[in-house]
Design a protein around this ligand. Structure first.
Ligand SMILES: [Zn+2]
Length: 426
C-alpha cells in the first residue's frame, strides 16, 4: 500500500467540507423519514434516489423467508418481507482491485415515549454539532457516511479498481434478516465495513446473544393456606440467582484479549417476569424472558447446552424444582458472536486511513452487543469490522443524536481507505 500524499489528504478534506451541507441535508432527509423495523419501505425510496444520484447499479428486492430457511434461528421469524425491500448499489471498479462492502442498516427502533424527547424524533433538528432524531446515530449517519465516501472520490475524479458495494439493509434491530439476505443473494467481497456507531473506534469483535424463556412451575393455593402451595415467584427467584452466579463464573473464566477491560463481558439479563393472576393466590407459573451474552470464539450450540445444564443444576438443588423442572426455550433472533483477527488487512487499512486524517490511531475495542457483523463473517466468509459516527449509548434512547463532525470524519476516512483497499485506476 502506498502512503497517501499530504496533498491528496488535503483534497479529501476540502472536498468533504464543500459537500458538508449536502451531506447534512441528505442525512436529515433520512432521519425525517420514519423507518421502524418492519416499515422500511418509504425510507428505501429515499436511499434509492440517493444511490441513483451517485450513478450506482441498483439492486432492490424483498427477501423471501424461504431463502433464509437455513439460518432461520438467527433472525426473527416473520411471515414475509413484503413492502420491506433491501437495497444494494454497486459502484463498479475498473477491475483488478479488492472489493468492499459498505453496509448500513436502515431500520430503527421505536421512538418510545415522546414526552422523554426534547426534540422531535423525526424533526432532524440541529443544535451546534449535534443532529437529533431517531436513527440519527443508529445508523442513518453511517449510511450517509458510506455514500459520501463514494461521493468524495467521484468529486475528485478518482476511479477505483475494486468494486464498492453500498448496502441499505432492513431488519437489523430484530436479527439482521436484511444483511443475511444480501449475503445469501451473493453479495460477498474481500472485506466489509459496517458504519454502526462506534465513536470512531475500530471494532473487530462483537458479542453474541441468545434470547431465552424459562417457564418456572409452582403449585396454586389460596394465600390463606399458602404452605400448601408452591410459589412460582419464589422459585423463579432461585433460578434468577443461579443465572447471575453463572454470569459471574463466566466473567471470571472467559479470557478474550479484546474484552479484558469490559466489566461485564457476557451479561445475562432477565428482562421480563410474569407471574400469578391474583394477589391472594399462590402463583402457579412464572415466565421469565431474558438475554445472555457470548464472546467471539464461543459456539452458540455449545453455549445453549451449557445454559441448559446450568438451569438443570439449579433445579437439582431444590426439592420442588427437581421434581418439576423449569422449561427453557430459546427464542429466535439469536446473535452469534463474531470477530476478525486484529491483524486482518481491512483493520490495518482502516486504522491507517483514520490516522492519516485525524493524526492519531483509532481506538480498537470490542463490543458486547450483537450486530450484523456475524452474517458477513459466518454466512459470507467476509472479514467484517465496524467503524462509525456516534455513540451507541444514546442509540436506543430519547434525544438520540450524532455529531455531524464525526459523520464527516467517517466519510473522509472511508474515502481514503477505499483508495488503499480497492486500488486507484490509471
Ligand atoms: Zn445499529
Amino acid at each position: 500500500m502506498t502512503t497517501p500524499t499530504p496533498d491528496f489528504i488535503e483534497a479529501i478534506r476540502a472536498t468533504a467540507a464543500s459537500l458538508r451541507d449536502e451531506l447534512v441535508a441528505d442525512l436529515r432527509h433520512l432521519i425525517s423519514t420514519p423507518s421502524v423495523t418492519g416499515e422500511e419501505g418509504a425510507v428505501q425510496e429515499v436511499v434509492e434516489a440517493q444511490y441513483r444520484r451517485l450513478g450506482l447499479e441498483i439492486d432492490r428486492w424483498e427477501p423471501r423467508v424461504a431463502d433464509l430457511a437455513d439460518w432461520a434461528e438467527h433472525v426473527t421469524e416473520v411471515e414475509n418481507y413484503d413492502g420491506r425491500p433491501n437495497l444494494v448499489g454497486v459502484w463498479p471498479g475498473a477491475g483488478g482491485g479488492r472489493s468492499i462492502i459498505l453496509n448500513g442498516h436502515i431500520d430503527t427502533v421505536e421512538p418510545g415515549d415522546r414526552e422523554n424527547w426534547t426534540y422531535d424524533p423525526y424533526g432532524a433538528e440541529i443544535v451546534g454539532d449535534r443532529l437529533y432524531g431517531r436513527g440519527s446515530c443508529d445508523m442513518k449517519a453511517g449510511q450517509i457516511a458510506n455514500q459520501y465516501a463514494v461521493r468524495i472520490l467521484q468529486s475528485l475524479d478518482v476511479r477505483l479498481n475494486g468494486d464498492v458495494i453500498l448496502q441499505s439493509t432492513i431488519s437489523e434491530e430484530d436479527g439482521g434478516a436484511g444483511a443475511l439476505a444480501a449475503v445469501l443473494r451473493g453479495y460477498r467481497a474481500d472485506a466489509a465495513i459496517i458504519t454502526e456507531p462506534t465513536e470512531l473506534a475500530v471494532v473487530p469483535a462483537q458479542g453474541g446473544s441468545l434470547m431465552f424463556r424459562i417457564d418456572v412451575p409452582g403449585r396454586s393455593a389460596h394465600a390463606a393456606t399458602r404452605n400448601e402451595g408452591v410459589s412460582a415467584i419464589e422459585k423463579a427467584a432461585l433460578v434468577l440467582a443461579g443465572l447471575l452466579a453463572f454470569e459471574q463464573e463466566r466473567n471470571h473464566s472467559i479470557d478474550h484479549p479484546l474484552y479484558r477491560d469490559i466489566a461485564n463481558k457476557i451479561p445475562i439479563n432477565v428482562g421480563t417476569l410474569r407471574a400469578g393472576t391474583w394477589p391472594s393466590s399462590v402463583p402457579e407459573l412464572a415466565v421469565m424472558e431474558g438475554r445472555a451474552g457470548l464472546v467471539p470464539g464461543e459456539d452458540l450450540d455449545t453455549f445453549k447446552a451449557q445454559f441448559l445444564d446450568r438451569v438443570e443444576a439449579i433445579a437439582a438443588a431444590d426439592d420442588w424444582l427437581r421434581e418439576h423442572p423449569p422449561i427453557v426455550t430459546f427464542l429466535t433472533g439469536q446473535f452469534a458472536a463474531a470477530d476478525v483477527p486484529v491483524d486482518a488487512p481491512i483493520l490495518t487499512t482502516l486504522a491507517s486511513a483514520h490516522k492519516a486524517l485525524t493524526g492519531a490511531p483509532p481506538a480498537m475495542t470490542a463490543v458486547t452487543y450483537g450486530a450484523d457483523m456475524r452474517h458477513f463473517v459466518q454466512a459470507g466468509g467476509v472479514p467484517c469490522v465496524m467503524y462509525g459516527p456516534g455513540d451507541v449509548r444514546v442509540a436506543h434512547y430519547s434525544n438520540e443524536f450524532v455529531p455531524i463532525s464525526e459523520v464527516v470524519t467517517v466519510a473522509e476516512t472511508l474515502a481514503l481507505a477505499l483508495c488503499a483497499w480497492c486500488g486507484v485506476a490509471g
